[in-house]
Each structure stands twice: as C-alpha cells, then as structure tokens.
Design a protein around this ligand. Structure first.
Ligand SMILES: [Zn+2]
Length: 116
C-alpha cells in the first residue's frame, strides 16, 4: 500500500485503516448541546451525549451562543467496522468554530442514533 493511503488512514475519520478504503456515511444529524459560550467543558463519555443532545433540523435553528454537535456514523463496506463521530463546534455567523471531536468505535451511541 502506498504512503498516501497510510497517511489518509491515520488522519481521516471516515477511512478504514484496516481495509484502506473510505467508509460509507450511514447517518448524520445536527444537535444542540446545553452549553453556552464560555461554559464549555470536555466530556468523553457517550452517556453525556445520549443525555444532552437535542436534534435540530438546520444550523439556522441553533440559538446564538449555543454549542452544537454534528454526529456522523460510518460503516466500512468491507469489514463492517463502524464508528460514530461526535464533532463539537460553536456556530459563529457563517463559521463553525471547532471545539472537540470524539470517536466512538464500540457502538456506545448506537441506541441513541438508531434506536428511536
Ligand atoms: Zn474495513
């Protein structure tokens, strides 16, 4: 395998490092977090997101100064490996001000995103 593929595997969330192919995006939804500007603190545990996230239809529906979260699920078409990415940002006008992102690779959020 080539060097470029190796680099992709280590930096891209939607790239299956085992199979060296791009994974399929199977889910994406925008949410708000119950956190306003200046009050952000990092949370690693899936339980926090299950409890706190509220879905919103559009970015424009996020109130000013409130943190948002884009949750994406990916599945590798070859090995079936799945992961869920939680991307946390603060919408500031047209910009997404990046705050944190977490990967859940053991189905921690599966019931949350698929189970309702
Ligand atoms: Zn794979």
């Amino acid at each position: 395998m080539g060097l470029i593929r190796k680099i992709k595997a280590s930096f891209l969330d939607d790239w299956c490092g085992q199979c060296q192919i791009k994974m399929n995006e199977t889910f994406q939804q925008l949410y708000t977090l119950p956190v306003t500007v200046g009050h952000y603190s990092a949370h690693k545990e899936a339980e926090y997101y299950r409890r706190s996230l509220r879905p919103v239809a559009r970015r424009a529906d996020i109130p000013p100064g409130v943190y948002a979260c884009r949750v994406s699920a990916y599945r590798c078409p070859d090995c079936g490996r799945r992961l869920v990415k939680v991307y946390i940002f603060l919408p500031v006008r047209e910009q997404d001000k990046y705050e944190d992102s977490y990967l859940f690779e053991h189905g921690e959020l599966d019931d949350f995103i698929w189970g309702r």
